[in-house]
Ligand binder design. Structure first.
Ligand SMILES: [Zn+2]
Ligand SMILES: [Zn+2]
Length: 126
């Protein structure tokens, strides 16, 4: 089990693509051709609960997996593209307002990416 887990962490950390379980599975198959998708899911769940990986849930699309280093995400509402953004850590500000310790927060910024913006412009000209 743990040889898989180590490799999964390596795959996710080496990628900046915010991989889905399916994509991790395809990468894993290159090293472990016999691995099954259920094993990938089990390991991903374990790694997330151990705090070694971070899961990003986006409504209407499969969960993605990411490094745990503090950063936030911008999501294009047109194509679903996910990009990293580093915003000042708001933990203290939130804790001041809620009056207690928080475990974490998950900031998602909805926007229209430049590619989709350009497409919208093109369509208007037609
Ligand atoms: Zn887009
Ligand atoms: Zn990210």
């Amino acid at each position: 089990m743990s040889k898989y887990a180590d490799k999964i962490v390596e795959i996710v950390l080496n990628s900046r693509e915010h991989l889905t379980a399916e994509q991790v599975f395809l990468e894993m198959k290159k090293t472990y051709p016999k691995v099954v998708l259920a094993t990938i899911y089990n390991n991903l769940n374990m790694l997330v609960s151990e705090g070694k990986l971070r899961r990003i849930s986006i409504e209407g699309s499969p969960d993605r997996y990411d490094r745990t280093t503090r950063h936030d995400h911008m999501i294009c509402m047109k194509c679903g593209a996910l990009s990293d953004i580093t915003i000042q850590d708001m933990t203290q500000m939130i804790e001041r307002q809620t009056g207690g310790k928080i475990l974490s927060y998950d900031l998602k910024i909805n926007y229209i990416c430049s590619e989709c913006k350009n497409k919208l412009k093109e369509n208007k000209h037609e």
